[in-house]
Design a protein around this ligand. Structure first.
Ligand code: NAP
Length: 309
């Protein structure tokens, strides 16, 4: 019987692992299909406190993992596929077996949705990203585009006008899905130019392999055009990685885990949620780390209350 199982090795899971390991709980950390989480696919991270010159995302993650291992966290590559409630314990299905545990910290993150067009994976970090807060400041005085028509797309486009010379907002319909206030703010911004009824059909790169332009198809007329941009910000939503918990853990209508009473506790005693799996609002490395810390402290208290710490 494990004391603590942690799902996910992004900022939330690894910070939970550091805290749980330092509390002598020897947590078992399961690494899923995106080891290291979203930071492992970014380049320079300039907004994580403590790194005045920035830090590469993968390096930050590797250091967090080494820090957790130093205090006794154990890591295993296996995807969680199921969760069952027992009497005072939980059963986790992972890698084709069931593992019993007293507490579970779900930090399985959320995956950004992508457009599904060619070279999408290799271009990430080379002018293709899903995070304006992370990467916007790299694109000063150059044109960029945002793809999407929801609150995220409007928020990111508005944010990017602080840096970029121009922001194209490329949306597949004529009219935004975003809330009125956010749509209005974006559309009234002189630096934002909406490109309606349009879909990006190709990423075009320069000789260095960096983004140079996008090919855009008008979905009404069928006409194609090239728009010169140095970076494409894809903001078409995220999918929280909560499929194995459907019917067991309470979620909102978009599948994000619900926390209770200002803590990381879920509706199931002993199960805690941290990071992007339960947060569609902030989605930052540092907020995920903070939640991971809180979840480890909540798990530790739960174990102490059970007399199992
Ligand atoms: P969203 O509301 O689901 O919007 C996704 C947008 O991307 C839609 O406009 C959609 O087009 C478009 N889209 C989806 N798949 C696409 C594809 N394959 N190709 C091209 N376009 C595609 O997602 P979100 O904007 O990330 O917002 C998610 C949730 O977080 C919402 O509840 C939102 O209110 C909330 N949020 C809140 C704030 C805030 O309050 N500050 C900020 C960000 C997000 P269609 O419109 O045609 O479907």
């Amino acid at each position: 019987m494990e004391k603590v199982i942690i799902l996910g090795t992004g900022c939330a899971g690894l910070t939970a692992a550091i805290y749980a390991a330092r509390a002598n709980l020897s947590p078992l950390v399961l690494e899923g299909h995106e080891p290291g989480g979203q930071l492992s696919t970014t380049t320079l991270v300039e907004n994580f406190p403590g790194f005045k010159d920035g830090v590469m995302g993968p390096e930050l993650i590797m250091n967090m993992k080494a820090q957790a291992e130093r205090f006794g966290a154990r890591f295993e590559y296996s995807e969680c596929t199921g969760l069952k409630r027992g009497d005072g314990f939980l059963d986790i299905e992972a890698g084709g077996k069931w593992i019993g545990t007293r507490t579970l910290i779900v930090a399985s993150g959320a995956s950004a949705k992508w457009l599904g067009i060619e070279r999408e994976r290799e271009l990430r970090g080379h002018g293709l990203t899903s995070c304006a807060t992370c990467d916007g400041a790299f694109y000063r005085n150059v044109p960029v585009c945002v793809v999407g028509g929801g609150d995220s797309a409007c928020e990111e486009a508005t944010f990017l006008t602080r840096f970029a010379s121009k922001v194209y907002l490329i949306h597949r319909r004529e009219g935004l899905r975003a809330s009125k206030v956010m749509a209005k703010r974006a559309l009234e911004n002189a630096k934002i130019e909406p490109v309606w009824n349009s879909a990006v059909s190709e990423y075009l790169t320069d000789t260095e392999g960096e983004m140079r332009a996008v090919k855009v198809k008008n979905l009404v007329s069928g006409a194609e055009a090239e728009i010169e941009v140095k970076c494409v910000f894809v903001a078409i939503g995220h999918t929280p990685n909560t499929a194995p918990f459907k019917g067991v853990l309470d979620m909102d209508e978009n599948g994000y885990l619900l926390q209770q009473g200002g803590t990381t506790a879920t509706n199931v005693p002993g199960v805690f949620a941290a990071g992007d799996v339960s947060d569609h609002r902030y989605r930052q490395a540092v907020t995920a780390s903070g939640q991971g810390c809180a979840a480890a402290l909540d798990a530790e208290r739960h174990l102490a209350d059970m007399g199992a710490a």
